[in-house]
Write a protein of this length. Structure first.
Length: 257
């Protein structure tokens, strides 16, 4: 056994709970469901399965997850807003189990969505997975960012600069910052035992963002659509592990099809 086996095992438990939570809520995503109800369903699921929702009261955040709709990039606050046909939605959950964190997010489509929205969601998911596939010891952080940026920009989309992935283990956020844009062969070199999130936020328009007066909700300045997917990963001796994969095999919407 290596010196990070125990950490990885604990993070797998937390990551599986977070992924199972998103699997669970999938069947509820329909027009008329409020984002507050999503928050309640996920909070209770994580609680009832031996975990705690990390965002709840984190730096004063009053909900147990983030729900980011349409042109919201990230950190959308659940409310009485009900889902409507043609909405796209990111749900971002983080579970704590036995002191370790599992952080993941997925996009959801509400009813029929536009071709542009579908293409944005597909490109965002594929950019995340193409970045994960290159992971291993000796890879540089800049390689991750470059993989994502070059992929989505060829599709005509842009990478948000204001937010990034982050180290995670028995702390919610820790070094290193994992940028979703960058140049190959730059930045920190990955080492076995490192654990972090990759969570590209991709806009259909320009990458510029602004944070609303609530101090949390980040939106696209040009009101273009935004999409995000997130996995928590660990670097092994010869590659990587994903701690937050769906047990049901859900990857990108539409699910259950």
């Amino acid at each position: 056994m290596n010196n990070y086996s125990e950490k990885f095992e604990k993070m797998k438990v937390a990551g599986k709970l977070a992924a199972n939570c998103l699997d669970m809520v999938t069947e509820y995503i329909k027009p008329g469901l409020s984002t507050n109800k999503i928050d309640q369903l996920c909070y209770e699921f994580i609680r009832d399965n031996g975990g705690y929702s990390a965002p709840l009261y984190y730096r004063g955040f009053e909900k147990s997850l983030c729900t980011s709709l349409n042109y919201v990039i990230c950190h959308g606050i659940p409310s009485e807003r009900e889902l409507e046909e043609n909405d796209i939605l990111n749900i971002d959950v983080t579970a704590i189990v036995d002191g370790y964190y599992g952080d993941t997010s997925r996009m959801f489509s509400v009813g029929e969505i536009s071709i542009k929205a579908k293409n944005l969601i597909d490109a965002t998911y594929e950019s995340l997975m193409s970045a994960i596939k290159i992971l291993g010891p000796g890879v540089k952080l800049g390689d991750i960012g470059n993989e994502i940026q070059s992929f989505v920009e060829t599709k005509g989309f842009s990478v948000v600069r204001d937010f990034c992935g982050h180290g995670i283990s028995n702390k919610f956020h820790e070094p290193p910052n994992v940028l979703h844009y960058g140049k190959k062969n730059t930045g920190l070199e990955l080492q076995p035992g490192m654990t972090f999130t990759i969570e590209p936020m991709i806009n259909s328009g320009k990458y510029d963002a602004k944070v609303l007066k609530d101090g949390w909700t980040a939106v696209t300045k040009d009101k273009s659509l935004s999409a995000q997917f997130e996995h928590t990963v660990g670097i092994t001796e010869n590659g990587y592990e994903i701690f937050t994969e769906s047990v049901k095999g859900y990857r990108k919407p539409p699910y259950n099809k």
